[in-house]
Design a protein around this ligand. Structure first.
Ligand code: NAD
Length: 545
């Protein structure tokens, strides 16, 4: 690809533009034409050589947080090289730019802060958010926004939560090829109730407790309206909001604008894909399974809702489908007689005597699958795993809580506790391991299999809404990419290195749904895959001259 010389800056401005900078890879001709002569050392490196140098230096660092910082610095000075590094080494780099390292990076955000990325909008900005968004130098096509209140399983990180939208948007580009120029990370600083942060002199956010009630809602509303005013076609992804806001905001906006909540819907889709893989191993149907969730928040009810939607799409009565999903929260089994249950739990509040703990609920309900999403580490104890192994020939065990310290069990514990019979998936990555002479390759039920492709598909067709049907289609497409060889080694997902191809196919499936339902603003192409591929960013350097 050749880029018009007139469209790019010259000289130092070009070197300081991360979207255009090539560093020492600028050619002789480019150096002359673009006013770079003398601003760079004489030797010209290829992008491959630059990548090798970066990887060599990064691999010499022992601390994941230092590696995160090296990657952030590269991201800030040369986006194409950053995305080459990520795309060509996805298994190694993804845990550094996303979970688990991003959790630590958020906790230490103020201490390791070097330069801002994305936009910070605070409760003090009421009345001028559209003007502030106009300060962004590009036309945003996708915004990932957080208020920092529930960062991974780490709770309230306030404005330090910015690491999450930045990381998620990096994955949009790395996993699906969404153009980084249209990606806008946003943190809404509503204050924080994290006293440690409030007392930390290096904290980057407002020194105040969280705003709640109408003032909170009004800021969100102003932000949404301002975003649509400044970037009319933008997709807005809500990320890591606490569940008392996440469900409400999703309900308020999902039928009005092009938006989704990845913690609820993206999680649901990836987990359902893992379940589809498990069904292939077990040779059962979804309706044959009974799931017991540990946790009843965004992830749990999101997954349960999509499991139910999938059963309903297969012709199962909705009430029968709901009976296949049971939730345990911090107060015990969610049952009908419990008072004051949050709205999202009500479909799963079945007729049953109260049960106070997970193991008792498991022994009473005899599930075929357990799904851990409570962000409490170690809760799939040897007793829990043993009970599942006694009840099931192939128990489904998903320990999805993040980061790794919050995982319900490790892969090793899951296999050891079930005589190697568990159909296991995790939220954070676990390395391949040997179990009784067999190599097991547990894979992550990582949302990054889903949301980048969903976003790419929505961008490609100009989707006006993001629907649950699209997430169902995404789950099926992802599951279709799991090979018999994957299943044989215990992998319920394809390798992450395949993610760009899978994302393109998910984008096609999402766009198909959009066209089918009249939710696409572009005209239907003859070849959907070509339409999708036309929107894919290539991190190899273009020629400027
Ligand atoms: P949430 O705050 O919405 O929900 C947490 C739930 O856990 C609540 O229902 C709470 O009552 C329950 N809980 C807390 N302590 C408990 C206990 N001791 N026993 C039983 N239940 C308890 O959070 P969420 O968005 O649902 O996320 C939960 C976890 O799942 C986080 O660690 C998150 O990182 C992880 N997650 C993983 C993925 C993935 O791997 N793909 C995706 C989304 C979320």
């Amino acid at each position: 690809m050749k880029v018009s010389q007139n469209s790019i800056a010259h000289g130092v401005t070009l070197l300081h533009d991360p979207l255009r900078n090539k560093g020492t890879a600028f050619t002789e001709v480019e150096r002359d034409a673009l006013g770079l002569r003398g601003l760079l050392p004489p030797h010209i490196h290829t992008q491959d050589e630059q990548m090798e140098r970066f990887l060599h230096n990064m691999r010499n660092l022992s601390d994941p947080l230092e590696k995160f910082m090296a990657l952030s610095a590269l991201h800030d000075r040369n986006e194409a090289l950053f995305f080459r590094v990520v795309c060509d080494n996805v298994d190694e780099i993804m845990p550094l730019i996303y979970t688990p390292t991003v959790g630590l990076a958020c906790q230490r955000f103020g201490h390791i802060f070097q330069r801002p990325r994305g936009m910070f909008i605070s409760i003090n900005d009421r009345g001028r958010i559209a003007d502030i968004l106009r300060n962004w130098p590009h036309k945003a096509g996708i915004i990932v926004v957080t208020d920092g209140e529930r960062i991974l399983g780490l709770g309230d990180q306030g404005a330090n939560g910015m690491g999450i939208p930045v990381g998620k948007l990096s994955l949009y580009t790395a996993c699906a090829g969404v153009d980084p120029a249209i990606c806008l990370p946003v943190t809404l600083d509503m204050g924080t109730n994290n006293e440690t942060l409030l007392a930390d002199p290096y904290y980057v956010g407002l020194r105040r407790h969280r705003v709640t009630g109408p003032a909170y809602d009004e800021l969100i509303d102003e932000f949404i309206n301002a975003a649509l005013e400044v970037f009319p076609d933008v997709i807005i992804q809500f990320e890591d909001f606490a569940n008392h806001n996440a469900f409400r905001l999703l309900e308020r906006y999902r039928n009005k604008i092009c938006t989704f909540n990845d913690d609820i819907q993206g999680t649901a889709s990836v987990a359902l894909a893992g379940v589809f893989s498990a069904l292939r191993v077990k040779d059962t149907k979804l309706v044959d399974e009974k799931f017991l969730f540990l946790g009843a928040g965004e992830a749990a009810t999101g997954i349960a809702d999509l499991i139910v939607a999938s059963m309903v799409a297969q012709g199962v009565d909705q009430e029968v489908a709901r009976q296949r999903c049971w939730l345990v929260d911090s107060k015990g089994l969610v049952v009908k007689s419990r008072e004051g249950l949050a709205a999202q739990k009500l479909p799963y509040a079945h007729d049953h005597p109260p049960v106070t703990d997970f193991l008792s609920a498991l022994n009473t309900l005899k599930p075929t699958g357990i799904i851990g999403v409570a962000a409490v580490g170690g809760t799939f104890t040897p007793e829990v795993l043993r009970a599942m192994a006694d009840l099931n020939e192939r128990p489904i065990v998903f320990a999805l809580s993040n980061p790794t310290s919050k995982a319900e069990c490790t892969a090793e514990q899951a296999y050891a506790g079930t005589d190697g019979r568990a159909l296991f998936a995790s939220g954070s990555p676990f390395l391949p391991l040997q179990y009784k002479g067999k190599t097991m390759v547990p894979r992550q039920g990582n949302n990054s299999y889903i949301f980048p492709g969903v976003g790419l598909g929505a961008i490609a067709c100009g989707a006006t809404r993001v629907t649950d049907e699209m997430f169902l289609a995404a789950a099926q497409t992802l599951a279709d990419h799991v090979t018999p060889a994957d299943l044989e080694q215990g992998s319920l997902f394809p390798p992450l290195s395949n993610t760009r191809e899978v994302s393109a196919q998910i984008a096609v499936a999402v766009a198909e749904v959009a066209f089918e339902r009249g939710l696409a603003s572009k005209s239907r192409p003859e070849d959907m895959l070509s339409l999708v591929r036309a929107h894919v960013y290539d991190p190899h350097y273009p020629a400027y001259i």
